[in-house]
Design a protein around this ligand. Structure first.
Ligand code: TA6
Length: 282
């Protein structure tokens, strides 16, 4: 079942339920802010302090960072681009079977997008809600000139506690540390005991977020970079729409095209970034 819901302030989202899972997707940003297969607690973290406000990104779920990840070269432009605060259209939906629902949301260039980024485009997010969650973010260049994008499906995952989790699958990758602006080599699993904000590169394997009772597996296609982020104590206290202790129950593992994994797209060509997320109980 797919229902369009509206909050008192006009904020609209799609409520999707089938025999395998429940999900919620805001029309603003095509922002998935809830996903729970029926055999598991929610996979996505959502800030208790998040405002569902028009023009402001939800803190949690899967914000779409596009057409740039992080800061643009022009510091006056919004961090992580404009897709996450733009209004998308539901362009297709289908209940494939009792366990599977598919939807496509679309964003096209507009007068206001052209002021921020001077290219004509179509961006679509194809979502498959079942006992796994699949997201396919397709960028099509509708302009006469080529353009280059960086992007991320900035997934916030719900965890039991930051001291109980580790990340497997990035053990042999190098990463750019956004905190020191230096390049390092990862040795072994990632554990958290301080702020982490890293772009891993040259990724060839699936990534596993291992918690006490479950493991979340992330498989990416059309991407060889991933961002791992936890703000830790001080940055968390400074962050908007985040309670002071929120860093304990979330970690971001973002399916990305960042740094040298940026994608140049020629006129009428497309690029698709795909993330496939599943949970297994341990
Ligand atoms: O992906 C990590 C990151 O770029 C961090 O540096 C961090 O501040 C974060 O994303 C959240 O950004 P936002 O613009 O949503 O506050």
């Amino acid at each position: 079942m797919i229902n369009l819901q509206k909050l008192k302030n006009g904020f609209e989202y799609l409520d999707i339920s089938n025999k395998s899972a429940h999900a919620k997707i805001a029309l603003q940003g095509a922002h998935i802010f809830h996903y729970a297969p029926h055999n598991s607690d929610p996979l996505l973290w959502l800030s208790q302090a998040s405002d569902f406000e028009l023009g402001k990104a939800i803190r949690g779920g899967v914000p779409i960072c596009w057409p740039w990840f992080g800061m643009s070269e022009n510091p006056e432009l919004p961090q992580h681009g404009f897709a996450r605060t733009s209004m998308w259209q539901l362009s297709a939906s289908s209940e494939i079977d009792a366990h599977t629902t598919e939807l496509t949301l679309t964003l096209k260039h507009s007068k206001s997008s052209l002021k921020l980024w001077p290219y004509r485009f179509e961006l679509s997010l194809h979502v498959r809600v079942s006992d796994t969650l699949t997201m396919e973010l397709k960028t099509t260049n509708l302009d006469e000139k080529p353009f280059k994008i960086t992007q991320a499906l900035h997934s916030y995952f719900q965890i039991s506690d930051i001291s109980h989790v580790h990340i497997e699958g990035l053990g042999k990758s190098s990463y750019f540390d956004a905190l020191t602006q230096e390049q390092y080599q990862q040795n072994g699993d990632i554990e958290f005991y301080q702020e982490v904000d890293r772009i891993y590169q040259g990724i060839k394997h699936e990534i596993r977020l291992v918690d006490i009772k479950r493991q979340i597996v992330i498989k990416n296609e059309g991407s060889s970079s991933a961002v791992v982020w936890n703000p830790w104590i001080e940055k968390c206290a400074r962050m908007s729409a985040m309670n002071n202790d929120a860093y304990r129950t979330m970690v971001c593992i973002e399916s990305a095209n960042a740094l040298e994994d940026a994608k140049a797209i020629a006129p009428l060509q497309s690029h698709t970034l795909k993330a496939y997320i599943e949970v297994t109980n341990l």
